[in-house]
Design a protein. Structure first.
Length: 196
């Protein structure tokens, strides 16, 4: 009885719903947020490398009217945390190959989150890594910040998108294990062939 009560807590019910009947919608919202953020990094790189803008003026699309978005370590950390939470929360809905690719994205995001936490702590304390004049992440010691965060967002987004494509087109065995409605309908000919 106690186990029954514990398993039906609101947070468990909410998490279960996000990975079952609302999984497809939740993935759509999450993918939109992730791809929009990635597009901001791409826009910033285009502003620097194609349009020749100086880095301080290259702030992506939203950063032009809202410059604090680019300079706020809290905002960057908040996004990294949101992405980590999204990857963890929606993970249970994946099976098979899609789950493997989702886990790759999650693993990379764990590191990306750590780097943003390091940057945030430096911004809050004023103590910068190796006495640098600005908050600096570990890999930023080797790669400039703009390029590094474009790279991070790319290597998190690509396996996430692969996972979502595989999730929509599961194998027969993966489809049998799915608890959500994300899989694309099986074509009538494939269903007839499978039934034969």
């Amino acid at each position: 009885m106690a186990t029954e009560a514990a398993s039906s807590t609101p947070s468990r019910t909410w998490m279960s719903a996000l990975n079952t009947r609302y999984h497809r919608a939740a993935l759509g919202v999450f993918a939109f947020i992730v791809v929009a953020h990635w597009a901001e990094h791409i826009a910033q790189a285009i502003q620097v490398y194609v349009l020749g803008w100086p880095l301080p003026q290259a702030r992506g699309v939203l950063g032009l009217p809202f410059p604090w978005l680019v300079t706020s370590e809290w905002m960057h950390y908040g996004y990294a945390l949101l992405m980590l939470i999204g990857l963890l929360t929606l993970r249970r809905g994946f099976t098979g190959r899609a789950r493997v690719w989702w886990n790759v994205s999650l693993g990379i995001q764990v590191w990306h989150h750590f780097e943003h936490l390091l940057l945030l702590l430096q911004a809050m304390t004023g103590d910068h890594l190796l006495g640098r004049p600005v908050p600096t992440s570990i890999i930023q010691l080797l790669v400039p910040r703009m390029e590094l965060h474009l790279f991070y967002n790319t290597i998190v987004t690509i396996p996430m998108v692969v996972a979502m494509i595989l999730h929509r087109r599961p194998s027969r065995a993966e489809r049998a294990l799915m608890v959500c409605t994300c899989a694309a309908p099986v074509a009538a000919t494939a269903a007839a062939a499978a039934a034969a």
